[in-house]
Design a protein around this ligand. Structure first.
Ligand SMILES: Cc1ncc(COP(=O)(O)O)c(C=O)c1O
Length: 432
């Protein structure tokens, strides 16, 4: 839920990575995304230790991606799952080898497929027959790179207990080929193309999944499908990818799944379901949130404290839905604290954002030490799906991302200015 290095110092101010948060806020301004590198490294190493003997970890870049994050993953031996041409360009531009990348997405444009086939060794997770055909055609134009390696994304018909917007593997999902006849046909078509090298299967059931059981069930269904294909089409996968989705705690006392338990359950299913005459497929996982969420916190400055008659007391800060859309989008829960020395007592306030939407509430009924204008408030567990989903709504510049590690702070993403917000604007062309 919080960074591993979070502490309150002798001055009672919060620190992360060995640096006082008020000092970082003074240096970089607010709002400010902070990432604790130690926490990211610890989570990534936990995943690697569990998965490496059996397969591969691909960090899901959609959770948070920038050049330095790719470099960090690369140094830790973690691959990256990208979901757009922009994420692909970020990963390749940061120097990651295409062999360590997986290219996802239910829509990949012609330009994106062309970029994929020109990166030798990149694997594409194919989501539709249209894409399979377009990819095969694109691969013909890059004959030197040989057939393009693909995984077929299967919809396993599993509905985990999470918000509807982040379920992806249920019947009727827009993602993947429904498991069964449709997916069999996709495999047949992939096997028939000389420009496609089928490597295996993929499924991802959703995000912020707190129960390890559905992930093991995903592996079971993928393996059942693999055995059927083997019997009917004679193809056996090198890789079975069960996606990401392992949840984290957003509130004190909430449970998060144990990574070792999740991995072991999946690996056991794959081992058990592999017929004795065949090689066990490598298992791939794509954790995003589970690697980066806990490391992040967002620092805001309190701008207004407003008591409403008979209603909530709003503590309005200088950020909100532009830097963290999750509460407004799907009611995501967060926990906050004050960054400076806490005043005695507790008060219930609604932490409100500065954007022109009544729904821009970061936390309803947050219990905090009493706050006053000018105080710094931190919101925990904002490492995932905040910066990556940030917008320019209300023409507010996006905050910087600063990474801290062992007493040093470095910018990972510069904060924007008003000039950045206006950069792509083109003046009116008509005299009228
Ligand atoms: C295909 C795929 N893999 C991995 C992830 C990462 O999920 P999470 O960040 O919950 O681990 C997602 C998230 O939506 C996804 O769609």
């Amino acid at each position: 839920m919080v960074p591993d290095t979070l502490a309150r110092g002798d001055d009672r101010a919060l620190s992360v990575g060995g640096i006082s948060i008020p000092v970082l806020a003074e240096q970089y301004g607010t709002p400010l995304y902070l990432l604790d590198v130690e926490t990211i490294v610890n989570r990534a190493k936990t995943w690697m230790a569990q998965v490496s003997p059996h397969g591969t970890v691909y960090y899901a870049g959609k959770a948070f991606l920038c050049t330095a994050m790719v470099e960090l993953m690369d140094r830790l031996g973690v691959g990256v799952d990208v979901v757009s041409g922009g994420e692909l360009a970020t990963a390749l531009g940061a120097g990651m080898s295409p062999q360590r990348l997986l290219f996802h997405g239910n829509v990949k444009t012609a330009a994106e497929l062309a970029a994929a086939v020109s990166a030798p060794g990149l694997r594409v997770v194919v989501d539709s027959l249209e894409e399979l055909r377009a990819l095969s055609a694109a691969a013909v134009r890059c004959p030197d790179n040989g057939p393009i390696a693909v995984l077929i994304r299967v919809t396993p018909g599993i509905e985990p207990d999470t918000h509807d917007y982040i379920k992806t593997g249920h019947d009727g999902s827009k993602f993947g080929f429904p498991i069964g006849e449709v997916a069999h046909a996709a495999v047949a078509e992939a096997l028939a193309s000389p420009h496609i090298a089928l490597a295996g299967y993929h499924a991802h059931i959703g995000s912020q999944v707190l129960d390890p059981a559905p992930m093991a069930e995903t592996a079971r269904r993928l393996m059942r499908f693999a055995v059927e294909v083997w019997q009917q089409q004679g193809f056996w996968p090198q890789m079975v990818d069960v996606g990401g989705g392992v949840g984290v705690a957003y509130q004190p006392g909430a449970d998060a799944p144990d990574i070792a338990q999740v991995v072991q359950a999946v690996v056991a299913v794959v081992a058990e379901a592999t017929p004795p005459s065949l090689d066990r497929p490598r298992v791939a996982f794509e954790p995003g949130r589970s690697i980066v969420a806990d490391s992040g916190l967002t620092v805001y400055r309190v701008e207004v404290v407003k008591q409403t008659p008979g209603g909530p007391t709003y503590c309005a800060v200088d950020g909100g839905m532009g830097d963290n859309i999750r509460p407004a989008l799907y009611g995501a829960p967060y926990t906050a604290d004050v960054a400076g020395p806490p005043r005695p007592g507790r008060a219930t306030v609604t932490l409100a954002g500065r954007y022109c939407e009544t729904g821009d509430l970061i936390i309803r009924d947050a219990v905090l030490p009493p706050v006053a204008v000018g105080d710094l408030v931190v919101v925990y567990t904002t490492g995932a799906y905040t910066h990556s989903m940030a917008s320019h709504y209300n023409r507010v510049p996006r905050p910087p991302v600063v990474a801290v590690w062992r007493g040093e702070a470095h910018l990972w993403v510069r904060g924007e200015t008003f000039a950045d917000v206006r950069r792509q604007d083109v003046p009116l062309a008509w005299a009228l």
